[in-house]
Design a binder for this molecule. Structure first.
Ligand code: ADP
Length: 199
């Protein structure tokens, strides 16, 4: 079950916890690797739930327009097959290398490319996992503001997707996300912030 934890951005962003393979909407995003041929974590779960047709579709992409694989920051669409979601948007996040290798820009592009693809497809609802925060090692509290700001900025300029779900595997992960967003969501009053920065 996917549990709704908090709504942000007037309800257009829903922070939730649970298994993203159960998402009942237009599309889920898969945190894939460049090979597109399956992996562990959420990628493995998505392939198990979608059935072998998903791997076959990914192999077909590799045999045709993505012979070199999917570069970090890019996104590609397949059907959802046995998933409840109609489609899967595969994207590749950055591997965390200490923060000096453009990880932030690549993570933002992974969210952006996925959102742009969803909008082009006319999708109303889209669910993201916490891209790169598993095996790829991106610190969750540093990924949080990047994910949130990128989604928020995209939604401000696009009517679609109407609703973006940020689905964390465990409720605790959603808690880390919301805590990391603390200062973004609740900036200190202007006057006080100014005074505290005045020598
Ligand atoms: P990456 O290689 O991009 O780091 P991972 O799959 O290792 O991808 O992890 C990304 C995030 O997905 C992690 O926070 C992990 O806890 C979460 N995750 C793993 N399985 C699921 C699932 N079934 N539903 C939602 N999130 C999941």
């Amino acid at each position: 079950m996917i549990e709704r934890i908090k709504e942000l951005a007037g309800g257009r962003i829903v922070v939730a916890s649970g298994d993203i393979t159960e998402f009942d909407g237009d599309a889920i995003v898969n945190a894939a690797n460049s090979s597109l041929l399956g992996g562990g974590g959420v990628d493995g779960a998505n392939h198990r739930a979608a059935g072998p047709e998903l791997l076959a579709a990914c192999k077909e992409l590799r045999a045709t327009r993505l012979s070199g694989g999917l570069a970090p920051g890019e996104a590609v669409l397949t059907p959802g097959f046995r998933l409840r979601a109609r489609a899967v948007i595969h994207t590749v996040g950055p591997v965390w290398r200490g923060g000096e290798a453009d990880e932030e820009a690549t993570l933002a592009r992974a969210y952006q490319s996925s959102l742009a693809l969803a909008a082009r497809e006319g999708f109303h609802s889209l669910a993201f996992p916490a891209i790169s925060t598993g095996v790829y090692g991106y610190p969750p509290s540093r990924a949080a503001p990047v994910a949130y700001r990128t989604v928020l900025t995209f939604l401000a300029g696009s009517a679609l997707p109407e609703t973006v779900w940020l689905v964390f595997f465990r409720a605790q992960d959603a808690g880390v996300f919301l805590e990391a967003l603390g200062s973004v969501l609740n900036p200190p009053p202007h006057g006080r912030a100014l005074r505290s920065h005045t020598p």
